[in-house]
Design a protein around this ligand. Structure first.
Ligand SMILES: NC(=[NH2+])NCCC[C@H](N)C(=O)O
Length: 563
């Protein structure tokens, strides 16, 4: 009962507050069935070696457990020790296994789903939610009546697994045959995209691509019947308005609502960012702004839209920047101020030299639009236009910030980097000269493009200044090691005595070893980039932020000095 109550606690108001509860999904056998002809549809760029991918992912799980639920680690260690002699060892990290560690802080989608799939409810009556989920999935996957009947036979764990892998359980299938009932959902490892916690509300995603539709359906049931079983009004859905159904096919394509969690960032309780991207449509952004501003019990009063070029490798805003500390961000240098200035001063020759291989790319820019709920100082009304455009609009915003004792320097951001600086200064009261921007791949071509491709800009903060990334992004990670040294040198200053040159960059394996031996504790870790082995994990265009969905972060202390 207690575990249930804890599971229901959901609250995220920053990107960097101490992480307390997270939704993940360990790579499953569905990923092991991908073939080259399905790369494009299923959004994988290569065949993944599943066992190696799991090994890489398991270090991630263990790091999460050390920080969020350390008691479970002892259990895992004991089980692994006991099963060492078995060929595969213990697989207590596999949510299908009876030995599964089953934490209420590090939750696997498959495990949470299975709790909804009991054949009978607590009163011994047939579980109607289970029946509804089976019907809904059979409807979107166009299953035969026979398949539907077969699904009804499966127990709750088998059923959860089949919904995710698409495969019939081995004992029902002919031996050694892969019997697919429907395709797998191999992108479920990127739990970030299936929803987003906004304060104490849960925003459901509406997947853009067909390959991720079933994920949206599963999380819909999980959020309504598990996370918010007691207060379903906390779930937010954005859908097309009714006129949409009268539009021509072409216009429908333009007005489609699609929204994915990789495009949502809670910066502070009052300010949320949303991307307008390959995956999150303009109609969704519009619906989002109205839905959020219409909430009477939400602290969000400002929404900033970051429109990025629609490209495969930049499918969400979190592929081009993430937050590391109140004063520190990592971003893709293609959108940097330095490059923008060059563009403005029309030094195109130089840019041509730099980027001659893809002339169009340097011309693409981010566009920033800001919306402020209190623009009219009146209650929300759907007819109002909340966009901040004129200087006068920004004066109104500045007044609102001053009322909350926040620095009132808001002006229309000139670009992404300017926006990130503004966020540190306004939301976190950081002095302008203290903001640090780390450029992926050092901001140099071709390293920037290479490391952006392998998620150099996509980090997950376990708490402020403790982030997880991929080991293969060596140039970006080196920037972290030197971050403070470089920053002060640029300012023409020396590091103060005793101050480190930058972050500690340490492999997940080595950190786990130190935790186990007692040389370090999660509490002692500061200013650290934890590197996951990423030979396989990086093959599907997602990094550690994508592989995580924070459900609960501790309230952030905004009132401590930056350095
Ligand atoms: N938040 C993210 N950047 N997610 C990355 C998702 C990658 C996944 N292969 C997809 O294309 O959907």
């Amino acid at each position: 009962m207690e575990a249930q109550a804890a599971q229901n606690q959901i609250d995220v108001t920053t990107e960097i507050g101490d992480l307390k509860r997270i939704l993940i999904h360990r790579p499953d056998i569905g990923i092991g069935k991908i073939i080259p002809t399905k790369f494009q549809d299923w959004m994988y760029d290569d065949i993944v070696h599943l066992n190696s991918m799991k090994k890489e992912y398991d270090e991630y799980i263990k790091i999460l457990l050390y920080f969020l639920d350390p008691e479970k680690i002892n259990r895992i260690d004991a089980l692994e020790e006991a099963c060492k002699h078995l060929p595969e060892g213990s697989d207590c990290l596999n949510p299908s296994n009876p030995d599964y560690f089953d934490s209420d802080k590090v939750l696997d989608v498959q495990k949470v789903l299975s709790t909804l799939l009991n054949k009978e409810n607590s009163n011994g009556q047939p579980n109607q939610i289970r029946d509804r989920i089976i019907s809904a999935i059979c409807a979107i996957e166009e299953c035969s009546f026979e398949t539907e009947q077969m699904l009804h036979q499966l127990d709750q764990n088998q059923l959860a697994k089949t919904f995710i892998t698409g495969l019939l359980p081995q004992d029902l299938s002919q031996p050694d045959l892969n019997k697919f009932l429907f395709p797998p959902v191999p992108n479920l490892v990127f739990t970030r995209d299936i929803g987003a916690v906004i304060g104490d509300k849960y925003l459901l995603s509406k997947a853009c691509k067909k390959a991720r539709k079933r994920e949206s359906l599963l999380i819909k049931f999980i959020s309504y019947y598990s996370f918010f079983a007691k207060d379903q009004n906390q779930v937010i859905e954005i859908i097309e308005d009714s006129g949409y159904f009268l539009l021509s096919e072409n216009d429908q394509r333009k007005n489609k609502v699609s929204l994915e969690g990789g495009d949502v960032m809670m910066i502070s309780p009052r300010h949320v960012l949303i991307g307008c991207s390959e995956r999150t449509s303009a109609s969704a952004v519009n619906g989002f702004i109205h839905k959020i501003f219409a909430l009477s019990d939400s602290e969000v009063e400002q929404i900033t839209v970051v429109k990025i070029p629609q490209r495969r490798e930049q499918m969400h805003i979190d592929t081009v920047f993430t937050q590391v500390k109140r004063n520190m961000w990592v971003m893709y240098g293609k959108f940097s101020e330095a490059l923008q200035e060059l563009k403005e001063s029309k030094q195109v020759d130089y840019l041509d030299k730099l980027y001659h291989h893809k002339e169009d790319s340097f011309l693409e820019e981010t566009e920033i639009y800001q919306f402020y709920k209190n623009k009219y100082q009146k209650p929300y009304h759907p007819e109002h236009n909340y966009l901040l455009q004129t200087d006068e609009d920004y004066t109104i915003l500045n007044r609102g910030l001053a009322n909350q004792n926040l620095p009132a320097i808001a002006q229309k951001p000139k670009g992404l980097e300017h926006l990130l600086r503004q966020l540190s200064i306004i939301e976190f009261k950081v002095a302008p000269e203290d903001v640090i921007i780390i450029y992926c791949g050092s901001g140099n071509f071709p390293d920037d493009d290479r490391e952006q491709w392998t998620d150099g800009c996509n980090l997950l903060a376990l708490r402020e200044g403790v982030v997880i990334g991929y080991d293969r992004n060596t140039i970006t990670n080196q920037e972290f090691r030197q971050a403070y040294y470089n920053h002060f040198r640029r300012r023409g200053e020396e590091l103060s005595t005793g101050m480190a040159a930058g972050f500690e960059v340490i492999s997940a394996g080595e950190l786990l070893r130190r935790f186990k031996s007692g040389e370090a504790t999660p509490a002692s870790v500061k200013d650290t980039l934890i590197e996951l082995t990423s030979d396989e994990l990086s093959r599907a265009r997602g990094g550690s932020r994508c592989m995580s969905q924070p459900l609960l972060r501790a309230p952030f202390n905004f009132d401590v000095p930056t350095f």
